[in-house]
Design a protein around this ligand. Sequence first.
Ligand code: GLY
Length: 323
Amino acid sequence: MQRLILHGGAGNIPESRFPEVERGLREALAAGQARLSHALDAVEAAIASMESSGIYDAGLGSVLNLYGRAEMDALLMTDDGRVGGVIGLPRTENPIRVARAVMESSPHVLLSGRGAERFARAMGFPPVKVRAPRRFQVYEELKARLVGKGTEAEGRRAYTPAWFEELRRLVEAHPELLHGTVGAVALDEKGRLAAGTSTGGITLKLEGRVSDSCLPGCGTHADRRLGVSCTGTGEVIVRHQLAQQVARRAEERGLALDRAAGSAVRSLPRGTAGLIALDRKGRYAWAHNTRNLAVGLLAPRGEPVVRVARAPTLRGATDRSSW
Ligand code: GLY
């Protein structure tokens, strides 16, 4: 049995962007399906496709931090306990590929910032400018409105407790600032499960801000029973260890995967998060308390299905749901 499910982010996705978001999901499904003889390869290929598309908040489409720079996070996990990830990686098209290199070619689990970049270059990943024009425009507009123009204003306001508080309120009040973290979970014929997530984070984030995506058990989880990838407000997802919550609810409470997904998402503040999940028996689930969640999956006969959900899915959904 082979399965692949992926997401292109939760939040408020303008309807005008649905065709582009769905096209990117379709391409990612095709890229993953071509590598589905190995779950880890499929997850990496699907996520790399979305990173390279520039459509989502990951890889080339990443949003920009307070200083107009992309700092990207990504993580891969497998059901046999392997983990690799990067935190705050700049100037790289496919952070998920670097995450895999950390897993397979370094003695570590996570590399961050300058060290992650040095590792990426040493492993042959070329430096790439990550500044999508659309992201730069949003960054400029938000910065002018919220921080003020020019380096003097930045210097005065950006690294003060008052700004930290303002940024916290901004993130809580404007989930639309989250533009589309990407993730995937796959199961291959040999019963291997893998999960991965990649993000550029939040526009105007402080330098060094770490998302949920690259934290095992928070934005990404895989074990022998299931895999999960989350999207939404990282600060909320980390506090609730959302991905791990799905696994616990399935295991300890014996909930079906869709119920475990829905119950975990319902425990979070509304408008903050979504997730996809896949278990060893090939069952899919997703849930979100945001208006939209972009989901793609391979139906049991292998045909691709993509959809941007238009309303919260709080009870959890499966591929058998009418959506
Ligand atoms: N969930 C992605 C982020 O908070 O950056």
